[in-house]
Design a protein around this ligand. Sequence first.
Ligand SMILES: Nc1ncnc2c1ncn2[C@@H]1O[C@H](COP(=O)(O)OP(=O)(O)OP(=O)(O)O)[C@@H](O)[C@H]1O
Ligand SMILES: [Mg+2]
Length: 581
Amino acid sequence: YLYGKAWEGVGYVRDIVDGEVELEMRQDGAGLHVPEAVSDDYVVEYIWKSTSFDRMQNALKTFAIDDTSVTGYIYHRLLGHPVEEQRIANAKVPEMNEEFKVPGLPRLNESQLEAVAAVLERPMSLIQGPPGTGKTVTSATLVYHLTKQGMGQVLVTAPSNVAVDQLTEKIAATGLRVVRLASKTREATSSSVDHLCLHVMTPLAAGDEHAKLQRLKDEIGELSERDQRKYRSLRARTEREILQAADVICCTCVGAGDPRLKNFRFRQVLIDEATQAVEAEALIPISLGAKQIVLVGDHCQLGPVVMCKAAAKAGLTQSMFERLVLIGIRPIRLQVQYRMHPSLSEFPSNMFYEGSLQNGITEADRKLLSMPSFKGKEDFPWPVPNKPMFFYSITGMEEISASGTSYLNRTEASYVEKIVTHLLRIGVTPQQIGVITPYDGQKKYTSEYMRRSGSLAAALYESIEVASVDAFQGREKDFILVSCVRSSESQGIGFLSDPRRLNVALTRARLGLILLGNPRVLSKNPLWAALLLHFKELDGLVEGPLNNLQPSYMTFARPRRNPAGDSRYAFTALARGAWDG
Ligand SMILES: Nc1ncnc2c1ncn2[C@@H]1O[C@H](COP(=O)(O)OP(=O)(O)OP(=O)(O)O)[C@@H](O)[C@H]1O
Ligand SMILES: [Mg+2]
């Protein structure tokens, strides 16, 4: 009740931070004003928004009954029916290595070039590779060549928005006309590719009449019915024109079901991070008329998030990519990584990829002091010179965060601040640093702590990204700090125990990696025990103040067996099957 009268309104969840829900409510057409201060006597009802699921279901139906949704060949291949392999008859494949070169992207290596050539000739391909092997760079190059095949516009998708933005940026660098279609609910969030977003381009291209109506709308809050209709139709027409003029349209898999793409057909579809999508999600972009599909991914990185245990158990967590590998479609593999300093790639290579990950860059390429602006400056005090990594042994206390659903660890946060401050002092920029922590509670606490207690300007700390592992998939930073948080001997280590999450966390850094955690607690998990042993053997398990790091002699459980051979890590078993088979 508001001023004695019943009031109700509809809002949207904008953000959930540490259990606190932020709702956005708009004044509605009937002139009902949104109350500004209501502290009691109200009810909030959550209504489930089924858009994603509706679109998935729709794609499944279309795939099943509409034979123009994909070609017969793709239909049968996806269902695992025995069909003879096909080639695309008139594929235009560059003949000379030089012709593969695409503006704005690094020159590809031999196996990346082979991947591009092979994919161009095939109606269906899988590209698999460990972190940093250039899957995304190769995809962008591939998209460039796909647009030259004369099959119309190319649809480029990934399950997550970060992955789409990442790819959009790379494709735009090639000079192609790219449009990023973001969902309505994301229009308020800014990203690195704002200038390529449909909702940003539309008002700029819609002309004077639209601008006039927009001004009117902003000033008085709403338009008359007639103006509103005109406004909408101007907008829709401009959107259609922009989309039609693009060489490439980028959106999330679910975004491919957006009504604004309703009358569009796409012959060529690429899905990056395809191992992160549930099967029906991948079908959304594919079922828009695909003749040629490319799935790019790595089943040893994070998979789809499936909340429902029963659905997960029934197999929903298996991506289309993984299922296709299991039914015998061989992925094209990339194995040379260009991201991490070689000492950072060693453990992930051995633990998750049977030692197959090679380095395309040298130690010197990834040394801070060999960067032009750091010549002659002071290096970070790595405990072992030329090994830019260490495990900081910290015995802080884990606490339950204010929301009651997450964890934080104050001691770790204070060490994160010390390390970050040191990096900033020696000239590293905030944009070069990323802090990964699996817990929302710690994410919030660490950001706040740095801003409040850091000895440098608060603005510097504010521009440092502190986020979950999931938010970092597909991305990289020069320096990565990982705050593990869990530190109770009697509790488990929660989702730190997921090997795929560990793999992603360990493979985001280019120049340096620092883990902060309690070895005794973490080592109860065989995978973490192996990681700790690795650091210990390299003299990289340390404690004490940052300017005087000493080897830590804390005892911790040794791994009883090599966890890489453990069949519980199903993905390694899967990988082995696929690679040897
Ligand atoms: N042939 C190459 N030459 C030089 N640099 C390269 C090459 N291929 C990739 N890179 C660089 O390596 C880094 C990682 O590439 P990219 O992000 O494409 O890898 P990825 O396989 O998609 O990784 P992830 O699994 O984390 O998504 C980028 O900085 C990219 O520019
Ligand atoms: Mg990638």
